[in-house]
Design a protein around this ligand. Structure first.
Ligand SMILES: [Zn+2]
Length: 194
């Protein structure tokens, strides 16, 4: 019974996949290195990313696995090498049996405290309001912001290039920090190295 439902769900996932890939990827914060890809959408009570397809909620990590490697054999679970349940980096995912899953869960239970701390830390990396004030101020005080600088800062701070650029826009999200901006004269002086 459960198996049938699962198969049905997998089939529906297949049909919808093409249309849904973009919507899925919009909720993922990917990284260039091989670190975790944070799911920025809904999170289940057990800490996994939730993705809704056709009114059905499925594990975001399962969707990621399927998009990358194809079907998940019936009865198998998609497990995390990285122990970060909201991670959807396909290279951090592997298939396991029910027993593997139980062992994995037991292991995670023993390490709950560590994972909890990890989650809180990683949780900061989703969404736009995650820049620390001092990072925003740092960007505001740069004499200039080139494309290359915005790119390297975005990687350093774990946000998009657009987010970095927005910091310097007048009506952006960090209006309350704009008084930290330096004057035009200061910008010129800094550029001249004086
Ligand atoms: Zn991961």
């Amino acid at each position: 019974m459960e198996m049938e439902m699962e198969m049905e769900m997998e089939m529906e996932m297949e049909m919808e996949m093409e249309m849904e890939i973009e919507r899925f990827l919009n909720k993922v914060r990917k990284t260039k290195d091989n670190s975790c890809w944070e799911w920025c959408g809904a999170i289940s009570s057990t800490g996994y990313g939730n993705f809704t397809i056709n009114g059905k909620t499925v594990g975001a990590h399962r969707v990621s696995y399927k998009m990358t490697f194809g079907d998940i054999p019936t009865g198998l679970f998609v497990l995390h090498k990285c122990d970060n349940p909201r991670c959807v980096n396909p290279s951090h995912l592997f298939l396991g049996t029910h027993t593997d899953n139980m062992n994995d869960m037991a292991m995670k239970g023993r390490r709950a405290q560590t994972i909890f701390q990890f989650e809180i830390r990683r949780g900061e990396s989703c969404g736009r309001a995650i820049l620390k004030d001092e990072q925003v101020i740092h960007v505001l005080q740069l004499p200039i912001l080139t494309k290359q600088m915005a790119k390297s800062l975005s990687e350093k701070f774990g946000v998009s290039v657009g987010t970095i650029k927005k910091i310097r826009e007048k009506n952006g999200n960090w209006k309350h920090l704009r008084h930290h901006s330096i004057s035009t004269q200061d910008r010129v002086n800094r550029l001249l190295g004086s």
